[in-house]
Design a protein. Sequence first.
Length: 347
Amino acid sequence: MRHLAFLLLLFLAGPLRAAPPLQVAVDPRTELLTTVQLLSSEVTLTAYPSPYLYQLYRYFFSFRQHRAVRLLHELMSQHPWPDPYHYAVLSLTAPPELAWRLPPPEAGAGGLMGEEMMRDWVAALREFAAQSAFERFFAQQIPFYYHLVEQVGKKLRGEDLLGPLEAYYGMGLDEYHLVLSPLLHRGGFGPLLPLGEGRRAGYAIVGPDALIGKRPTYSLRHLRELVWHEFGHSFINPLTATRGEQLQAQAGRFAPLQERMAATGYPTWESCVNEHLIRAITARLWRQAEGEEAGHRATQAELTRGFTYAPALYHLLAEYETHRAKYPSIAAFLPQLLAVFEGDPQK
């Protein structure tokens, strides 16, 4: 019976087929991570307190001084943004074993913490899962998780969110996982994991955007926005990672943006560039879906959030769209996009 809950939720995602398939689940690994984050008090997870939150806190309250919690508190006080930690737990099997199914990541969590510290943290996480009987708590919450997956499944039925995404980027992945994480804020995370032999799995780990009847809920608009945005990281991040010298040469452009970007979760110039690109492309996807006014609103919203290069990128992407024979993928158009960061964002 071990891991039955995890397998059942993945099975429920089977009929929700876009082109290609989109798997929807609540993942015990991300729930374990957010549980330990909650106990560490080092990160504000959700703006939507719910009975699930209170049940979780009551169940695990006696473990708030566990070594896994204290170590994560120490790590996140130095490196507060959760992206690498999500990458790390997805590299493991389901709790309580939490065995490495992929090599410890060199980038992300591996590069952030160092391999020895990361292995120590995962060992502590393994102890926490076993000693707290995390698997039992997860099993007790199956009706709640089922409701989340069913709710999202109904909203996505008949929707093709991945088709427009892949068509726009001119790229694709081998697997797409939409992970519902009810303790997260209304944003998300987009790790990309290798599957071997050149195959890749993209993840969109997303929080709810409202409470209905004391239950976290996901609107279709929220899902569309986060699917386009978080899977966009699986395309953009590997591309800019190959442009280290060019980004380093542009790094002086970060100074006027650094304080606001760091406060939002983008502490490096590379992460700032990635976010600008993904947000501009997402605005173009809104334009395709709902018209010019929708694209303009999305772009202006990003400008108010401090993404000052978003309008220039948005308008430049029109050239990409009208010359797809010349630019079959966003990778081919990347030099033009990165050149935007050489100039004044207001022009």
